[in-house]
Write a protein that binds this ligand. Structure first.
Ligand code: F6P
Length: 333
């Protein structure tokens, strides 16, 4: 460990994700195991500016590995985007004797980590977002739990869809990406999956329902990512509502719409998310303790590696189109 780094800070920022607590625990206990101190910053970058610092010990992170959300809380900070706000944050860190940071969150949080690094506080990013849209890592913390939550919902919807012989349009999160929709749609046996990355044809979606009926299917599940551009509508309604309306108006089917919303962000993290968070948090703490900043830790082919934060922020994580084709093939018969 470099002489200078005796105390590191850790914060969570952006939308919460199941497994963030397991990552905090790993950061804290790794630092303690190396003889360093750890300070938790509450409410993300907002707390950095307002000095919301709390000393963490081994007991502070007991009994949290299984809990969703984040014990450090999360917030958005407009003030941190200003030079004055950043300056204040760095002064607070210096005053508290914190010489490196671990930032757990998504790409917005990583921009903050880059800024800290540029201002002399090395910061390491840990990817955590249910959207799974961060480059340089195969998976982000929270994604596995979120898709399992969605599948649980789809299973329940399927029961009632079968009983009532209805079409269900299920809207899932993913403002800019379709990972949740694609993975949960494939695993949940959805008849159609609409995601922002792939153009869709609503007539084809409708025809798939008709063909399914001719094959004896008495219900259909259509999974839609919230970030998809829906068919035009005079009203401010969600994309799922608009897709549902289109199918209803084409006729022949009883349609219901469900928006899963923020329940996708909660819940106990799966074993996969806990293990991923433990591995990533551990590696991030080790880098911070060495005074290495401007990095994001990621998992690639099951190996934990460090990447340039810049690359992670600028990179684009593409969905696997084979998943899309596979889902269509398997649900069309
Ligand atoms: O965590 C990512 C995400 O779930 C997006 O998919 C979604 O659009 C967004 O968060 C909504 O977050 P909030 O309502 O907290 O702004």
């Amino acid at each position: 460990m470099a002489e200078t780094v005796r105390r590191i800070g850790v914060l969570t920022s952006g939308g919460d994700a199941p497994g963030m607590n397991a990552a905090i625990r790993a950061v804290v206990r790794t630092a303690l195991s190396q003889g360093a101190g750890v300070v938790g910053i509450e409410r993300g970058f907002h707390g950095l500016i307002h000095g919301e610092f709390v000393e963490l010990n081994s007991r502070s992170v007991a009994d949290i590995i299984h809990r969703g959300g984040t014990i450090l809380k999360s917030a958005r900070s407009e003030a941190f985007k200003t030079p004055e706000g950043r300056q204040k944050a760095v002064e607070n860190l210096k005053q508290a004797g914190i010489s490196a940071m671990v930032v757990i969150g998504g790409d917005g949080s990583f921009r903050g980590a880059m800024a800290l690094t540029a201002m002399g506080v090395p910061a390491v990013g840990v990817p955590a977002t249910i959207d799974n849209d961060i480059a340089c890592t195969d998976v982000s913390i929270g994604f596995d739990t979120a898709i399992n939550t969605v599948i649980d919902g789809i299973n329940k919807i399927r029961d009632t869809a079968t009983s009532h012989e209805r079409i269900y349009v299920v809207e899932v999160m993913g403002r800019e990406s379709g990972f949740i929709a694609l993975w949960a749609g494939l695993a949940g046996g959805a008849e159609s999956i609409l995601i922002p990355e792939i153009p869709y044809d609503l007539d084809a979606v409708y025809q798939r329902i008709v063909q399914g009926q001719q094959l004896g299917k008495n219900h259909s599940i259509i999974v839609v990512a919230e970030g998809v551009d829906g068919p035009p509508s005079g009203e401010a309604e969600s994309v799922a509502m608009r897709v549902g309306r289109y199918i209803r108006e084409r006729g022949g089917f009883e349609v219901r719409v469900i928006i899963l919303g923020h329940l996708q962000r909660g819940g106990n993290p799966t074993a996969y998310d806990r293990i991923l968070a433990s591995r990533l948090g551990h590696k991030a703490a080790l880098l911070a303790l060495q005074g290495i900043g401007g990095k994001m830790v990621g998992i690639v082919h099951d190996r934990i590696e460090a990447f340039d934060l810049q690359e992670a922020i600028e990179g684009h994580k593409a969905i696997d189109e084979e998943f899309y084709t596979l889902a269509q093939t398997l649900s069309s018969l």
